[in-house]
Write a protein that binds this ligand. Structure first.
Ligand SMILES: [Zn+2]
Length: 210
């Protein structure tokens, strides 16, 4: 939709149309369209836009962009292959330690991107997320939109990194096989930093960049 058109709409929860038609926009939009996000009327009623569809059928809480059920919590809390459910809490703690250690302005990330953005929360850094799985990217979009940091992310559907050889942006691989500058892996022994322990397995951070 041309963005001005939304000001022609009446908020379904308001009795009268706002003559000034001012909506606050959050999420992913340009001059012409809202792709994903939400709009909030002057009286604080919020409505979700998803895949460019304005969902006027149901009000959403201003702080919650997406219906809870739409985020697949199993994938958000997804564990790397080889790790049991019983270690979920420790896995999350290890991920938190990992994201707290990020001190560069921009990163490229591949692997378990959904638990990653969940652990990241609000951030002022920039991230290029790579995944061959579109559902995973959509889930990551939902999480970062909910955290109101959508503009800090760029989503690329691609298996592994697709980066110009001219860039030396730090590449993070999360429990995958991709060549990267920083890797998180599960290992029994590790010469990297141990972030969490699960029985005889450990979450290990390897920094390979010189
Ligand atoms: Zn309203």
């Amino acid at each position: 939709m041309k963005l001005d058109i939304i000001n022609l709409l009446r908020c379904p929860s308001c009795d009268e149309a706002d003559p000034e038609g001012k909506y606050e926009l959050v999420g992913d939009y340009n001059q012409e369209k809202i792709f994903d996000g939400h709009i909030t009327c002057r009286n604080g009623h919020s409505w979700q836009v998803r895949d460019e569809i304005l969902r006027f059928h149901k009000e959403s809480h201003p702080e919650v962009l997406y219906d809870k059920l739409e985020i697949d919590e199993n994938r958000v809390n997804m564990l790397p292959d080889g790790l049991d459910e019983q270690y979920k809490r420790r896995f999350r703690e290890g991920m938190l330690k990992f994201v707290e250690g990020l001190d560069e302005d921009i990163y490229a990330v591949t692997g378990l991107v959904v638990p990653f953005v969940k652990a990241l929360g609000a951030t002022d850094k920039l991230f290029l997320l790579f995944s061959e799985n579109e559902d995973e990217l959509r889930l990551a979009q939902e999480v970062v939109a909910k955290n109101r940091v959508y503009d800090n992310f760029f989503f690329v559907r691609h298996k592994g990194f697709a980066l110009s050889p001219l860039t030396n942006i730090t590449r993070i691989s999360l429990f995958g096989e991709d060549e990267a500058d920083t890797k998180l892996a599960l290992a029994e022994e590790g010469n990297g930093d141990i972030l969490a322990s699960f029985g005889n397995l450990k979450m290990v951070r390897y920094s390979l960049k010189q």
